[in-house]
Design a protein around this ligand. Structure first.
Ligand SMILES: Nc1ncnc2c1ncn2[C@@H]1O[C@H](COP(=O)(O)OP(=O)(O)OP(=O)(O)O)[C@@H](O)[C@H]1O
Length: 378
């Protein structure tokens, strides 16, 4: 339905979107997830033809958004981060205006508006001025204008931002309902939102796609997503030998507990392996009783933090290596081999030291938003 190929957007020296490629299939809800400044809105604006890309292409139902904008845009309904509402119009006046912009035939216009108002549950408010609506209702009107004309794809940029929990739930239910007739792409930095609503998640960090999969598979992806933690009584080497006999363990970590002869064992397991019974029997054979056993799966939040943090570390590493190389080149007397080794060692340490608990919100892009030269489209 939508093919995004090597999409790039540069603002001066800053690459807001960096060679992004993905496909969107019909009839699913896609979540575009990333921390603030990751490039979500920029990507959506390029998909919808709101701004032009620096490189790459977006093809919607066979139509290139830059070469055949009218045809391509007909397939899309868009709710930008700031809903394009006219506050001095009533809901009905506004939707009539949007229907005219979308060239919906006169004969169908009123019945379609009634249907869409019914779908997003704003019929009771149709004669109210938009400025007098609550934020949740304004968002519904925004969704109504996107749905009007029943385009194949509905794109919603951060549709629940600023809403209260009740409104968030209502809008999420509404989005789930859209799936019956439309393909939906929604952007969000809220993990619970994408896992609750989406069939498929694209995770973006610093303008790059770092992962794309179902929420369930992404949760499995995390390093250590499949962990078995135990408290075992016995001799360290006997426990180690017994665990070595069990198949499906990637890594064993044994740490002394506060009690004599009792060990905290943390096992990282192969994907989708349940080794609890095998571990139990192996420990019985070794005469090392298991006092506690717990399995642990990573949440989508942990996957997200890991992926976006890794990306951040890789970038920091690249920058560091670049600086090292520049320094090495500028100093002709320096022994470059030794320098590179030291840099590599330091990098390994810094990667190990990174705290995965860092807030997703802190992974910000560097530049402030400037006025958008292409804002005139709406
Ligand atoms: N018109 C612009 N001029 C200059 N820089 C811009 C412009 N628009 C966006 N940027 C920068 O590009 C990067 C990506 O911004 P974008 O708004 O796409 O991120 P986002 O993932 O949608 O973030 P948020 O969730 O905060 O809306 C940011 O660093 C932002 O400051």
């Amino acid at each position: 339905m939508i093919e995004v190929n090597n999409l790039v957007k540069r603002y001066g020296d800053h690459k807001a979107v960096d060679h992004l490629s993905f496909s969107i299939e019909k009839g699913k809800i896609y979540g575009f997830l990333g921390p603030n400044g990751a490039g979500k809105s920029t990507t959506m604006n390029m998909i919808t033809g709101y701004i032009a890309s620096t490189e790459g292409s977006v093809v919607i139902d066979g139509h290139d958004i830059l070469e055949e904008p009218e045809e391509a845009k007909k397939c899309i309904g868009y709710l930008p981060e700031q809903p394009p509402l006219y506050f001095d119009m009533t809901v009905l006046e506004y939707l009539r205006f949007v229907a005219d912009l979308k060239k919906i035939p006169r004969a169908k216009k009123m019945s379609m508006i009634e249907e869409v108002m019914d779908m997003v549950k704003i019929t009771d408010m149709k004669h109210r001025l938009i400025k007098n609506l609550s934020k949740g209702y304004r968002q519904r009107v925004g969704i109504a204008q996107a749905v009007l004309g029943y385009p194949e794809v509905i794109i919603l940029d951060e549709p629940t931002v600023g809403l209260d929990p009740k409104q968030i739930n209502e809008i999420r239910e509404l989005i789930k309902g859209l799936k019956k007739k439309h393909t939906v792409i929604l952007s969000s930095h809220i993990l619970s939102e994408v896992s609750a609503v989406c069939d498929y998640v694209l995770i973006i960090s610093h303008g790059k796609l770092v992962a794309s999969d179902t929420p369930e598979n992404l949760a499995k992806l995390a390093a250590g997503s499949n962990n078995l933690n135990m408290l075992i009584k016995g001799n360290r080497s006997e426990i180690q030998n017994a665990l070595a006999e069990v198949e499906g363990i990637k890594q064993i970590k044994l740490e002394k507990s506060s009690e004599e002869n009792i060990w905290n064992a943390s096992l990282t397991l192969d994907e989708n392996k349940d080794i609890r019974e095998a571990v139990f029997y192996s420990m019985v054979k070794a005469d090392c009783p298991i006092l506690e056993m717990k399995t642990k799966r990573a949440s989508l939040e942990e996957v997200f933090l890991e992926l976006t943090e890794n990306e951040k570390q890789d970038q920091a590493k690249d920058e560091k290596t670049d600086k090292k190389s520049e320094a090495a080149i500028s100093d002709a007397d320096m022994d470059t081999d030794t320098e590179t080794d030291i840099a590599a060692e330091k990098d390994t340490e810094s990667v190990a030291d990174v705290d995965i608990e860092t807030s997703a919100g802190s992974v910000n892009g560097p530049a402030e938003k400037e006025e958008n030269p292409d804002d005139s489209r709406l």
